[in-house]
Design a protein around this ligand. Structure first.
Ligand code: PEP
Ligand code: MG
Length: 754
């Protein structure tokens, strides 16, 4: 039977173990190509040798034993040259070397294709036949295509294989894995595996008694609801109203007709309660998973959490181990973790959370941030089944975990925790001091808000102002557009809390990777599509409602600054101002009290950097969005982890463009700030200071370090560093320059070496 490569790729992608995937690949390709033998060699990073890991038609005893060196024999040749070969007789090739134990002396026709992922040769696929003849062109094309197609699956499985092998080594090797930083802070502890009920392993079974299955199911749903409400009660002293309402959201999902009615209907058709629950939950989760919007796809995780919770009650499984058996500082680890598991942990024992799935927008991440528990999620390479009881360090600032750290690592990490604590104490002491350089130049440090902050008055006491309030989350976290009143209330709260400090609210910036759940824009390349100002200008009713709410909220306060996102042409800012004027006229005609704010443009589309003179005539201030500016300038999708390494704010082109924007806005007398992530990184903030930006706005958790940095340098030093950075040709040298400066100023603790 001839199999096409896509079917093989699907099977390989669905494999959970490297040897299983390779065995499949060689077996299927052998039958597809009519080869007498197929085999797969995998690069063992520890020894830099290629290990025979799967064979079909070759001496199986050699699997796991034969190892070849790079550049040795034909396998080594293919790996070293990263090039496929197709030979009528292997022995004719100058690279040929007999591989003892494989029986290859009986095989002549030889085809080898490298398996490559992101430039690294992971292995070599080999097909051989008895006859002295090459594989035909179709077979050769099939084989080389297959080797390319399975590259990313093999990379994922190989990482897991390497990790589990290292964990099983004597002395248990150390493993560092990068994920997504979801809640800041550093912690160290022992891994406790989350013990969710496993929906995946619910067997298929028929209901014996339909009525009693329905009763059991409904009772389990009720118990899950009671458990949630009890968890909410327990946490009410530690969590704010906004975060506590997540528990209500879960309770609502439990009451949802979609869930109970669909499961009961399945039971009525003959399924037992657990099977009906499994199918209903998977069906609901799939709908959310297929949504490309990160907020909505994160809801799939919530649905599965609910499902596991009900299953736990159906199984009448004790939800966890007793409080006494928890280590003093435990790091809860799981494929997915539910908010209930966090609230069920004995108080004071939970030091961190790590998770294979999850994102900064998931509810668990929100709860961790609210409780001040460091969390790293999206750890796709975490070998979860092997890590129970392991020591681990969790760096929620950088999104890095280290499993089985050496005593020296633990010592260094504890030192970092102490430094962080000392730094917090030190910064606390700086809280009332201005963000001012050693030679007395002040630079306002503002905060970026907009993702469900709880205590606005506390934030207002601590910070000088809001440099960026992202309004999109208000729109994304609901099923319909927020009304003028809804918006006005929220903006008013924010403005009142901070008054008279400045608050910059950005108008709706959706599209791209931020989609409105109730508004579909079908685009093949949404990052270059109708996002930001393009979307709001296309939907003037949506835009006008927001502008009216902003104007009304500002009435009698006057601390509002309105910022327009994704401005790339003069016509866009003109149209936005025209709508603002119209909103003012309408409100005046209605006799409503309002106040016109100062207006600004984000400089994040490269074209805006060339229109500073024209834009300056129209706006009061500029804010540089380095996240998008870098993305569009360097042609690097900022949310694609595969190109993470190319997305660098210190790239010389970014430094030059920021410099140009600052120079031009200054020459037109308009203040310019930076509100992208770059502003919150101490080394980059120092560079931005030297380049002459007027203010910086960042995540509140980044602000203390940036303040410390700016207070440790003179403006003159900053300018000298910026001048040097402008003559540097690559980002790594710029980073070295800035890190060196931080260390020399005694801020080595802020230097991120990787
Ligand atoms: C930016 O692009 O730098 C920015 C601050 O906007 P956002 O991250 O919301 O796109
Ligand atoms: Mg942006």
């Amino acid at each position: 039977m001839i199999l096409n490569s896509s079917q093989i790729v699907r099977e390989v992608n669905n494999s959970t173990h490297l040897d299983e995937a390779l065995a499949l690949a060689v077996k299927r390709s052998r039958s597809s190509m009519d080869a007498n033998a197929c085999s797969a060699y995998i690069n063992d990073m520890q020894t830099d040798r290629y290990l025979l890991m799967a064979a079909d038609g070759l001496a199986c005893a050699a699997v796991g034993k034969v190892r070849v060196v790079r550049n040795e024999g034909l396998v080594g040749w293919v790996a070293a040259h990263q090039e496929a070969v197709n030979l009528s007789d292997a022995v004719d090739h100058p690279g040929y070397r007999h591989v003892p134990g494989t029986g290859d002396e009986l095989l002549h026709g030889f085809m080898g294709a490298p398996v490559i992922h992101h430039g690294r040769v992971l292995g070599v696929l080999v097909a051989q036949k008895h006859e002295r003849c090459r594989f035909d062109d179709d077979e050769a094309a099939f084989f080389t295509t297959l080797a390319i197609q399975i590259g990313s699956a093999i990379h994922r499985l190989l990482s897991k294989w390497e990790f589990s092998r290292r964990l099983n080594e004597p002395g248990r090797g150390k493993i560092s894995i990068c994920g997504i930083a979801c809640a800041p802070g550093l912690s160290i502890g022992k891994i406790v595996l989350s013990q969710p009920a496993d929906l995946q392993s619910v067997p298929y079974r028929k209901a014996r008694d339909i009525d009693s299955e329905i009763q059991v199911f409904q009772a389990a749903v009720q118990s899950a609801k009671n458990e949630l409400l009890a968890g909410k009660e327990r946490m009410s002293a530690s969590l704010s109203g906004d975060v506590l309402s997540l528990f209500d959201a879960y309770a609502m999902m439990l009451e949802s007709d979609k869930l109970t009615a669909a499961a009961v209907a399945r039971i009525r058709k003959g399924q037992w309660a657990r099977g009906a629950l499994r199918d209903t939950i998977f069906e609901m989760a799939r709908v959310f998973e297929q949504m490309s919007d990160p907020y909505l796809s994160a809801r799939a995780e919530d649905i599965r959490n609910i499902g596991r919770q009900i299953l736990g009650h159906l199984q009448k499984v004790e939800s966890g181990i007793g409080a006494g058996t928890y280590p003093k500082e435990c790091i809860l680890a799981g494929s997915e973790i539910s908010p209930v598991e966090i609230t069920n942990m004995p108080r004071g024992r939970l030091a961190g959370v790590i998770c294979i799935q999850g994102s900064a927008l998931s509810h668990v991440a929100i709860i961790c941030r609210a409780l001040g528990i460091p969390a790293v999620m999206g750890l796709a390479d975490l070998p979860i089944s092997h890590v129970e009881d392991c020591d681990i360090t969790v760096d929620g600032n950088r999104g890095v975990v280290c499993i089985n750290p050496s005593p020296e690592d633990i010592h260094a990490f504890r030192q970092s925790i102490r430094e962080e604590q000392a730094l917090s104490a030190r910064v606390e002491a700086l809280r009332h001091l201005p963000a001012q350089t050693l030679d007395g130049v002040s630079i306002p440090l503002h905060v970026n808000l907009g993702i469900g902050e709880e205590d606005l008055s506390m934030l207002a006491r601590k910070y000088e102002g809001v440099g960026l309030y992202r309004t999109e989350f208000l729109f994304i976290a609901r099923d319909t557009l927020p009304t003028e009143d809804d918006q006005c209330r929220l903006y008013r709260d924010l403005l009142e809390s901070f008054a008279p400090k400045p608050v910059t609210i950005r108008t709706l910036d959706v599209g791209g990777d931020k989609k409105l759940p109730f508004f579909t824009i079908a685009e093949t390349n949404p990052l270059l599509g109708r996002r930001g100002i393009r979307f709001t200008l296309d939907n003037p009713d949506v835009f006008l409602t927001q502008l009216r709410a902003l104007l009304l909220a500002n009435s009698g306060l006057g601390n509002l600054r309105v910022l327009f996102p994704m401005i790339g042409r003069v016509g866009e800012i003109d149209a936005a101002i025209e709508l603002l004027d119209r909103a003012c006229l309408d409100l005046a005609a209605e006799g409503r009290a309002f106040e016109r704010p100062r207006i600004g443009a984000m400089v994040e589309v490269p074209s805006a950097a060339f229109l500073m003179a024209e834009l300056s005539k129209r706006v009061d201030f500029f804010s540089i969005g380095t996240n998008d500016l870098t993305q569009y300038l360097l042609a690097v999708d900022r949310s694609n982890p595969q190109v993470r390494g190319f997305n660098d704010n210190l790239h010389p082109a970014v430094v030059h463009v920021v410099n140009d924007i600052v120079q031009r806005s200054r020459s037109h007398g308009k203040p310019v700030g930076v509100c992208g992530e770059m502003a919150g990184d101490p080394a980059s903030a120092l560079l931005l200071l030297g380049l002459g930006v007027d203010s910086l706005s960042m995540n509140p958790s980044s602000l203390p370090r940036v303040k410390w940095t700016l207070r440790s340098f003179t403006m003159k030093q900053g300018r000298e560093l910026a001048k040097k950075a402008l003559s540097i040709e690559n980002e790594s040298d710029t980073l070295r320059l800035l890190n060196h400066a931080l260390k020399a100023a005694g801020l080595g603790a802020l230097v991120c070496e990787n």
